[in-house]
Write a protein of this length. Structure first.
Lengths: 357, 233
């Protein structure tokens, strides 16, 4: 499957001019609010018409303004999860879930509805009405409803933005299972670095209606390319590794990164041998030129400075290479100067926090 | 005074009124929904003209509306002649004509009620239904219609009530023929015009009150049941 989007649209003073392609897995459209992510994904869904451009899914032309082609939303078979759940209030949860199946072509019906209901943990809600569900439950039902319509592509427009932190934490694991088990390509719209780092394989970074960068999540979320100051404060490294050992007594796990470095991470519920993703916020990495001693930090990694980039607001963004794994650090420009940090200099990275995604 | 017993003529008037009102209400429902949809959602030339036309019976004196109907739908009127020549349908001085007069008089009330409820429907839900594969007609049938049902019901009740009470347009268009076009209101009016008719007028008045109350209570209960389903969110 490959989704090719190349569209232009004017909305008042805002101009959208964006092109990207998405392969399987999760592609995130990432950028601050007002950058045109939602306008773009609505065009992909067929809920809005571009002034000009093309949308093609695996050779199936859905929009081509040059040839006057526009396939309406209900013939595209793209699942859409909105920011608000948009469940039908006059139907039960079960009827909501079944809604898309009425219209899906016979050959394309989701093979095992019970599996999706289980995966989203909504089996106990089937007889209830949307009004009696919590925000997180509603959103899970909305995701299930979109999946059960047997979509060729799943579009998720800030599905967690309307939820509080607890509800987000409740749904994120389901989204990860979705990515790993269902196998439908997903376009995921979000302005949250943490969400995108956790879910996305590839990131399309948008700014002011244009695509700024496209690349693997670990690169785009790294730092200087992020547009706003708020995003840069949230920037960090995304690393993958494998659980090597678990220390249940202390609630810690040792993760061996791809390059061979071990990291000790507070972790519950992982087992040895499991593949995991880690996120290290750049602001939580300190840099020392000599090996520090007597620190509470568990992870002190040896590496070399690979790049030093000014990052605005008196900050400097560093890329440290630690046996091949790139870790980003964000320190003040003053400290960078005082330590004389320059590419090639051997340093120690003190990692204060590591989030196991 | 033996008021609990009604004469055959009075029964006829009551039955006729119920039949005329029911037919008027049901016949104006499909066009009522279509016009309400057009006014709530449509963007077309002449929209305010259509709006004015629909509301005209509400502001015109009923006698004027009745006279216009007589001119248009009378045997020699342009529409009336066409209907009787091609389809053998005659409306003037028939109970069907009374139903037409009642439908026209109740139409603005029905359209207003349905239009308001259509405007209150969250179009985001219709959009969501579209992304799930439902075309415009299924979306209307499965999402919009169930959500506007309380408004449709209220519109039907208003139309029915208007028809039960309609007098001016009906008597002008189809006259006051016992057994054919003499509705409850016309029968009461007739009683008041003859000496000693007061008792008959009172009997029919009590019947009219009873029917109106029953219709109101029934609609209230129905609306509540539907409303519980629809307006929880």
């Amino acid at each position: 499957m490959s989704l090719v989007v190349d569209v232009r649209q004017r909305l008042g003073t805002f101009a959208l001019d964006a092109a990207f392609t998405a392969e399987g897995g999760v592609t995130a459209l990432f950028g601050r609010s007002g950058s045109g992510k939602t306008s773009l994904v609505r065009i992909v869904a067929g809920l809005a018409r571009p002034d000009e451009g093309r949308v093609v899914l695996s050779g199936d032309v859905l929009v081509d303004t040059a040839r006057g082609v526009f396939v309406p939303a209900h013939r595209r078979r793209f699942g859409y999860v909105f920011q608000e759940a948009r469940l039908f209030p006059h139907m039960t949860v079960r009827q909501n879930l079944d809604y898309g199946r009425w219209f899906a072509p016979k050959g394309a019906r989701a093979e095992n509805p019970a599996c999706i209901v289980d995966l989203l943990g909504i089996g106990d809600l089937l007889k209830r009405r949307p009004a009696n569900l919590s925000g997180g439950e509603k959103q899970r039902v909305a995701i299930g409803r979109a999946l059960l319509s047997a979509p060729r592509l799943l579009l998720m427009d800030e599905p967690l933005a309307a939820l509080d932190e607890d509800r987000k934490a409740e749904i994120l694991p389901y989204l990860e299972r979705l990515r790993d088990e269902v196998g439908i390509p997903i376009v995921y719209v979000s302005h949250s670095v943490a969400e995108v780092a956790r879910i996305a394989d590839r990131v399309v970074l948008m700014n002011a209606g244009r695509v700024e960068t496209v690349g693997p999540a670990s690169e785009v979320l790294g730092g200087p390319r992020l547009v706003s100051a708020a995003e840069r404060r949230e920037a960090g490294s995304v690393l993958s590794g494998r659980v090597e050992a678990c220390d249940a007594a202390h609630g810690l796990a040792t993760i061996r990164l791809q390059g061979g470095l071990p990291l000790v991470v507070p972790a519950a519920g992982v087992s040895a041998g499991e593949a995991v993703r880690l996120r290290i916020p750049a602001r939580d990495v300190m840099v020392a030129t000599v090996r520090p001693e007597g620190l509470s930090a568990l992870n002190i990694l040896e590496g070399t400075v690979e790049a030093v980039e000014p990052d605005g607001e008196g900050m400097t963004s560093l890329v440290l290479s630690c046996r091949g794994d790139r870790i980003r650090a964000r320190i003040t420009a003053f400290s960078a100067g005082r330590l004389g940090l320059a590419p090639g200099l051997p340093v120690y990275a003190v990692v204060k926090t590591v989030a196991l995604e | 005074m033996d008021w609990p017993t009604l004469s055959d003529e009075e029964w006829t008037a009551i039955r006729l009124s119920l039949r005329v009102s029911t037919v008027a209400m049901l016949a104006s429902l499909p066009p009522g929904i279509l016009v309400a949809l057009a006014l709530a959602r449509g963007r077309f030339w002449g929209k305010s003209l259509l709006n004015g036309l629909v509301h005209l019976p509400l502001v015109l004196p009923p006698v004027v509306t009745g006279f216009i109907l007589l001119v248009l739908f009378g045997r020699r009127g342009p529409i009336g002649a066409f209907l009787s020549d091609w389809f053998g349908i005659v409306l003037s001085f028939r109970w069907t004509g009374a139903a037409l007069a009642c439908a026209v008089m109740g139409f603005p009330l029905m359209v207003r009620s349905i239009r308001l409820s259509i405007e209150a429907v969250d179009r985001k839900l219709e959009e969501a239904a579209g992304t799930l594969g439902a075309g415009p007609v299924p979306v209307f049938a499965t999402v919009t219609l169930p959500l506007i049902l309380p408004g449709v019901l209220a519109g039907m009740i208003l139309s029915f009530a208007k028809a039960m009470g309609e007098f001016g347009a009906t008597i002008t268009f189809v006259s006051n023929i016992p057994g054919e076009t003499q509705t409850l209101s016309a029968a009461i009016y007739t009683f008041t015009q003859v000496p000693g008719g007061d008792a008959g007028a009172m009997r029919l008045t009590l019947v009219a009150i009873a029917i109106s109350m029953a219709a109101l209570v029934a609609s209230e209960m129905l609306a509540q049941r539907i409303g519980r389903k629809v307006h929880l969110e």
